[in-house]
Design a protein around this ligand. Structure first.
Ligand code: NAD
Ligand code: MG
Length: 396
């Protein structure tokens, strides 16, 4: 059998580096895996180390100003180097059978769509591109024959146990509760970016770590699950499960409930997406049930964590509202990480931006976008609204 060709969008990130580890482990077991393309937002030292290990044909960096530095960093490795938006999209359009979509934020949409338009198998870690362009993204995958394999651990868990999709009563997404599960509102108001990023179970990039602290991550995942699996908002519940051992549940019409369990390690869903419908040997920590002793579950506190309610309202309002929610949240998280606003301001900004956009205007969120250009317009309108609100809060 000829070698499989893979590409990794966002290779220098947390998911990208876990993907690198899985590929190296499988190569060590004799799998023939060639790397077509990789992309990076920055961090040339990690990109150079990754290229030395993976030997891709093409590497793209996001910033056109980094082209010369990237060529220098990758000199002698036989890697063709590109920079800027067109290079990121070229990485997605190069002929790889399997593409890991692990750029963070809506920036991942265009490169991922380049892979979708080729009919590639797309391992989808980047939830924002789905939340941003949901129905259009799913339609495009169907139209071009692209297979979407969920990598987000909850969605990967559901995918693993979704044996009878027409016999499902309900999905339950598990949430760790994040670092502020037991914190007071006062402590949350004063939280620093480092405190918000200190996730108790998972080691992840800073944006998703903040999203986990606000529970917006679970809100985005609720929307992701609805678009991916085709279930309405009302059929998807969220339960806080601090141990992060059960990665989600599917409830069937006969009363059976199936779940997938495992250590909180992204190499498990990444390997599943890479070897599906088979499985691989991956050296992740095994579950020791006797040592675990018990698993706990509790209802989320939707007053302390308003993000879940905001996400539910957006999902019910329609596709433009979910585009706006994700874009406003990206801006708010960036402002928080930059030290310009407080932790509790994140959800305030998202809520106010949604209210402003619901008021109508050129990029009203009342109507679902019918093209990717319309998605981009709503995304931009939400970003401007969120920037304005964040600016006012920072100045207050
Ligand atoms: P990360 O911040 O660690 O890495 C993001 C990657 O995207 C890096 O390679 C970075 O250089 C690149 N990037 C950032 N901005 C870019 C831009 N504007 N243009 C091009 N490239 C850019 O993030 P992560 O934790 O690996 O998460 C990646 C995606 O996977 C996110 O959408 C996240 O929600 C999702 N996800 C992550 C985890 C996890 O455990 N880390 C779990 C589930 C889902
Ligand atoms: Mg997740």
């Amino acid at each position: 059998m000829s070698a499989r060709r893979l590409s990794i969008l966002g290779v220098t990130g947390s998911v990208g580096q876990s993907t690198l580890q899985v590929i190296e482990e499988l190569r060590g077991q004799g799998s023939e895996l060639e790397i077509e393309a990789v992309t990076a937002g920055g961090n040339l030292a990690v990109l150079a180390d990754t290229c030395r290990r993976l030997r891709p044909r093409f590497a793209a960096v996001a910033d056109p100003g980094q082209l010369v530095a990237a060529r220098d960093a990758l000199a002698g490795l036989g890697v063709e180097v590109g920079a800027g938006q067109s290079a990121l999209e070229e990485a997605g359009s190069r002929p790889a059978d399997w593409v890991m979509s692990a750029i963070v934020g809506a920036a991942g949409l265009a490169p991922t769509m380049a892979a979708v338009r080729r009919g590639a198998t797309v391992a989808l870690a980047n939830k924002e591109c789905l939340v941003c362009a949901g129905p259009l993204f799913i339609q495009a995958a169907a139209q071009y024959g692209a297979r979407l394999l969920p990598v987000d651990s909850e969605h990967n868990a559901i995918f693993q146990v979704l044996t009878h999709p027409t016999r499902v009563e309900k999905l339950t997404l598990t949430a760790s509760g994040g670092p502020f599960r037991t914190a007071t509102t006062e402590a949350m108001a004063a939280a620093t970016p480092d405190q918000a990023c200190a996730h108790p179970r998972w080691s992840m990039g800073r944006k998703i770590s903040v999203d986990s602290a606000t529970l917006m991550n679970k809100g985005l995942e609720l929307i992701e699950a609805s678009y991916l699996f085709g279930f309405p908002c009302e059929s998807i519940e969220v339960i806080v499960h601090p141990e992060s051992v059960v990665h989600s549940f599917v409830h069937y019409t006969d009363g059976s409930v199936l779940a997938q369990l495992g250590s909180p390690d992204m190499r498990i869903p990444i390997a599943y997406a890479l070897t599906w419908p088979d499985r691989a040997h991956v050296s992740t920590q095994r579950l020791d049930l006797a040592q675990l002793r018990s698993l706990t579950f509790e209802a989320p506190d939707t007053v302390k964590f308003p993000a879940l309610g905001l996400a539910r309202s957006a999902l019910k309002a329609g596709a433009a509202a979910t585009t706006a929610l994700s874009a406003a949240n990206e801006v708010a998280v960036e402002a928080f990480l930059g030290g310009r606003i407080g932790f509790l301001d994140i959800c305030r900004i998202v809520e106010e931006a949604m209210e402003l956009l619901a008021g109508g205007g050129a990029a009203s969120i009342a109507k679902s976008p019918s093209s990717f250009d319309e998605v981009a317009a709503v995304d931009q309108a939400a970003r401007s609204a969120a920037r304005r609100i964040a600016g006012n809060l920072a100045a207050a």
